[in-house]
Design a protein around this ligand. Structure first.
Ligand SMILES: [Zn+2]
Ligand SMILES: [Zn+2]
Length: 436
């Protein structure tokens, strides 16, 4: 998960865990034989997977330097009998599990990089690489990907089609997916569907997702006027214009971080306040040079459509105001080459079908449906794969309030309940089998 600006606080997490919004899922289903075999194999390799995860955790590597991680993955996949390609878009690894029988081709993606962090690690198997830590949970993602490869390889004789495992580097800097694609990923593999996950603060035993976008869309709006003697009036006008343009006023519960996971207002409620919004974060930044008066503000919207509509609306309001003659431009400007962050957009039909296949085997309590997107500044470059191949991005619950584990990525005390590895391997091995 790429974080552009951190705005949330740990209190959100704490509140969420204390509010009892979720319960830990129990498996009450009666699985078909193959899904029973999936669970048996997952249980068999679980301790080994935990060891693998802890090894990655102790040896984290930042974006673009995932040499050791990549080598471990490649060796593991080769041992399983998969065809393995390395060095795809940097330290990317691709494993191919070809059943030898015709059928659908499905890709599973896991990101593998860690992050710079000098805060002390909170677990016994602390990072041995000073200043680098797995606080975004990609060690869990990598391990789940390897576990699914193991489980599906163990069921190969019962399967049709081909499963691809895409281990992607450089996610945290938003470069790895594009780098793998530019390096010919989709010449190497031709998936019909692609899936992936990210750890999240939902309870262990659950996964969560929604059709369409799973993150908000955000960018920086930049309004440039000619330098003017009338600066104060122009600034006041623009401030008021922007304040009126946003969906919720300053006193609305939208701005309370605890609302995100509240049962009545939060993202799990069908009528959540996080469904349709334009929100402006932080203060308007004003900068005057000899020639120009520039104002910048971070815009968060609940969809790309709203983001696209916001800029022309603002431009039109200025052009029909007393300050029309002073206006030079209205534009998006997040960072060079990245005016608008791409975010994962889930295919509606695949979201529905894949969730159904999971609830059929593991019960309805295994899935949390999401109806909105919080105004955080997170994204994931899995979006770039989804632009090429239809797919679904899931959140894997890793929190456990009984154990005091609050799995919020990018926080210094990030921790994950390792039972989530079992959940991820079981649910998504079964899901892929059903999709093949
Ligand atoms: Zn991440
Ligand atoms: Zn991250």
């Amino acid at each position: 998960m790429t974080l552009i600006t951190k705005i949330i606080r740990n209190t959100v997490l704490l509140q969420m865990l204390l509010c009892g919004a979720f319960t830990i899922a129990q498996n009450t289903s009666t699985p078909e034989d193959i899904h029973q075999s999936v669970q048996t194999q997952t249980d068999l390799i679980f301790d080994e997977l935990v060891k693998i995860r802890r090894d990655f955790h102790m040896h984290p590597e930042v974006s673009g330097e995932e040499k050791r991680t990549s080598a471990q993955i490649a060796a593991y996949l080769r041992d399983l009998g998969l065809e393995v390609k390395t060095g795809v878009g940097g330290y990317g690894v691709v494993g191919i599990l070809d059943t030898g029988r015709p059928g659908k081709k499905i890709a599973w993606r896991a990101d593998i990089d860690a992050m710079p962090s000098s805060e002390p690690d909170v677990v016994d198997f602390a990072s041995k690489n000073e200043g680098v830590r797995h606080i975004c949970g990609h060690d869990i993602h990598t391990t789940v990907g390897m576990g699914i490869a193991n489980v599906l390889a163990s069921q190969k004789e019962k399967l049709t089609g081909t499963i691809y495992f895409v281990f992607q580097p450089k996610e945290e800097i938003n470069e790895g997916a594009s780098a793998m694609i530019a390096d010919g990923l989709f010449d190497l593999i031709q998936p019909d569907e692609i899936y992936g996950l990210h750890v999240s603060p939902y309870p262990v035993g659950t996964i969560a997702t929604k059709a369409a976008n799973v993150f908000n869309h955000f960018t920086v709006v930049e309004i440039t006027y000619k330098a003017s003697n009338n600066q104060d009036a122009i600034v006041d006008f623009t401030k008021s214009l922007m304040a009126n343009a946003q969906t919720y006023g300053p006193d609305h519960k939208f701005w309370d971080p605890n609302s995100v996971f509240s049962l009545k207002l939060g993202v799990t409620h069908p009528n959540t306040i996080f469904k349709d919004y334009d929100a402006l974060m932080h203060e308007l930044n004003v900068k005057q040079t000899n020639d120009t008066l520039k104002m910048r503000i971070l815009l968060n919207t609940s969809s790309k459509e709203r983001l696209d509509a916001f800029l022309p609306m603002i431009k039109n309001k200025i052009e029909t105001s007393a300050y029309a003659k002073d206006l030079l431009s209205v534009s998006y400007n997040l960072m060079p080459g990245l005016p608008v962050m791409e975010t994962p957009i889930n295919d509606a039909a695949l979201t529905k079908a894949s969730l159904k296949s999971i609830t059929n085997v593991y019960g309805p309590q295994s899935v949390i449906s999401l109806y909105g997107v919080p105004p955080f500044q997170f994204s994931d470059d899995f979006a770039y794969f989804q632009k090429e191949v239809p797919g679904v991005y899931y959140f894997l619950g890793v929190s456990n309030m009984e154990k005091g584990i609050a799995g919020m990525p990018h926080t210094p005390n990030f921790e994950a309940d390792e039972e989530a590895i079992r959940t991820g391997v079981n649910y998504f091995s079964s899901m892929i089998i059903e999709r093949l």
